[in-house]
Design a protein. Structure first.
Length: 216
């Protein structure tokens, strides 16, 4: 593996410390290149200490998947309470993209995470179908009822799905970088891209605001 891991002193590790270190390493180097030995080395602990909390790397990834999905759902639920304000919705969209960027290894490494690992694949697909897709669909249907997004119920459900796919594609694009400054700019560009995608479906009140935000 290229590069050296930054060591941190300490004889014991809590589950949260292990999870945070794993997330950092997965994002920097890719999940396939990181083993439990690397995670233990990063924390300056024994693998036995790590295995006390997590039996293997799959358990760590499942925990990270749960945190990723729960964070997305929480942001979507906030959106349901702010659908009358495009400004607040744009703020939440930015927070959502930042959250997805924080867990970008999941979307970057789908081919290795899910295609070749049936346990992780089934776990993620269940979370995605029954949490993310459902929450996003509920949010879009509410905006439709309030007249801020136009279309039939069937069309709105399809739009929600397309919106989700576009968000994931934005995060998993190979040109995304990890520096703080560039990632912040990328999130801003991503937010404008998502709003531009929604523009043709917006009601007149929201269209004029998006025109100013995105300079359409």
């Amino acid at each position: 593996m290229n590069g050296k891991f930054k060591r941190r002193a300490g004889r014991c590790a809590t589950p949260d410390i292990i999870i945070n270190a794993s997330l950092q390493l997965f994002n920097l180097h890719g999940e396939r290149r990181i083993t439990t030995n690397h995670i233990a080395q990063q924390l300056s602990i024994s693998t036995g200490n790590l295995y006390y909390h997590y039996s293997n790397k799959e358990e760590i990834i499942i925990e990270l998947l749960g945190r990723y999905v729960d964070g997305l759902v929480a942001l979507l639920e906030q959106g349901e309470n702010n659908t009358k304000s495009l400004f607040k919705m744009a703020q939440l969209l930015t927070k959502t993209l930042k959250h997805q960027w924080q867990y970008r290894f999941i979307l970057h490494g789908r081919s290795s995470l899910f295609v070749f690992n049936d346990l992780l694949r089934s776990h993620y697909l269940q979370l995605e179908k029954y949490k993310i897709e459902k929450s996003l669909e509920t949010l879009f249907l509410k905006m439709n009822r309030e007249g801020n997004i136009c279309g039939s119920e069937r069309a709105i459900k399809q739009l929600a799905k397309q919106f989700q796919l576009l968000q994931e594609a934005w995060v998993s694009a190979p040109e995304r970088v990890s520096s703080t400054t560039e990632s912040a700019l990328a999130v801003n560009d991503g937010c404008k891209m998502m709003l531009s995608f929604l523009y043709p479906y917006l009601g007149n009140t929201w269209r004029s605001t998006v025109e100013r935000i995105c300079i359409l």
